[in-house]
Design a binder for this molecule. Structure first.
Ligand SMILES: Nc1nc2c(ncn2[C@@H]2O[C@H](COP(=O)(O)OP(=O)(O)OP(=O)(O)O)[C@@H](O)[C@H]2O)c(=O)[nH]1
Length: 281
């Protein structure tokens, strides 16, 4: 090979290598760019989806409903029946408060009912009382139809509500639970009706346990949901929703926290978030 030929060949080879290199770099750059755009579009898609979910959440009205009454009247079971669709297999005394929520559709609009299942036992309530009563939209008073004492306690619960500025200006309902225990009824409906009339609230007798009463439990809470929606009180969406990743269209049991021992005396408090409330009337 002549030196000039060799030089040309070398040059060609170098050019070829450079071209190869150029091609591979270009291809990689293009590939990376393409990959980037794929990644970007995925990220963008994810962002759009989450934005859509957040805006859907923003649109939804959230109502805080507290469920109160003596210990063992069935507050947990009633809220579980409504939010979880069944009677819980096992329950223990509520410590502080448990939250359950469910999104329901009223007149074509989704609203979220956030049920605060409060502890009936005084020792499990103390530290939580001020949180229960903040920004409440509705109250469900529960008594046990087989326990007259739980019915006689109702004035105490109503007084506690009033002391915490929950008057009859917000929807309130009275629920006599355990009506499946027909043989043991100690509070008849007449008594309950008189009491309810006096306090300007409707009364319902039902059973969280009896499956045939499930529709009735549903109807009770849906009646309340209608009242709430028509009252036009608004709350911002629950921060719980983002935390749980719930898409907001299903029923959800946020937490079921119970004491594991009857001797437990403290520590049963969630950290309920702070909410603002305003009226859109
Ligand atoms: N027969 C019958 N038993 C029920 C019904 N609802 C609840 N119970 C039982 O009553 C007991 C107390 O129920 P809970 O729902 O834990 O009562 P609670 O009012 O939440 O009690 P605290 O958490 O202490 O305030 C449990 O043994 C339940 O199985 C009902 O409708 N019928």
């Amino acid at each position: 090979m002549l030196p000039t030929q060799y030089l040309v060949y070398k040059l060609q080879l170098t050019n070829y290598t450079a071209y190869e290199l150029y091609c591979s770099v270009t291809t990689k750059v293009e590939y990376k760019a393409q990959l980037g755009s794929i990644k970007m579009s995925k990220a963008a898609r994810r962002k759009t989806t989450s934005q859509m979910m957040v805006s859907r959440e923003k649109e939804k009205q959230v109502f805080k409903i507290i469920v109160i009454g003596d210990s063992s009247v069935g507050k947990t079971c009633l809220t579980y029946r409504f939010c979880g669709g069944m009677f819980p297999a096992k329950t223990e005394a509520t410590i502080g408060v448990d939250f359950r929520e469910r999104t329901v559709e009223i007149e074509g609009e989704e609203i979220k009912l956030q049920l605060w299942d409060t502890a009936g036992q005084e020792r499990f309530r103390k530290s939580m009382v001020q949180h229960y009563y903040r920004n409440v939209h509705a109250v469900v008073f529960v008594y046990d139809v087989t326990k007259i004492a739980s019915f006689e306690s109702l004035p105490h619960w109503i007084k506690e509500c009033e002391e915490n500025r929950l008057t009859d200006s917000i929807p309130r309902i009275l629920v006599g639970n355990k009506c499946d225990c027909k043989e043991q009824v100690a509070v008849n409906l007449n008594m309950a009706q008189k009491f309810a009339d006096f306090h300007s609230m409707p009364v319902f007798e039902t059973s969280a346990k009896d499956d045939s009463e499930a529709d009735h439990v549903e109807a009770i809470f849906m009646t309340l949901a209608h009242k709430l929606k028509n009252s036009k009180l608004l709350m911002p969406p629950s921060p719980h929703k983002q935390a749980t990743g719930d898409n907001g269209t299903s029923n959800s049991i946020i937490s079921v926290r119970k004491s594991h021992s009857a001797h437990k005396s403290s520590g049963g408090t969630h950290s309920p978030y702070e909410e603002e409330v305003w009226c859109a009337c």
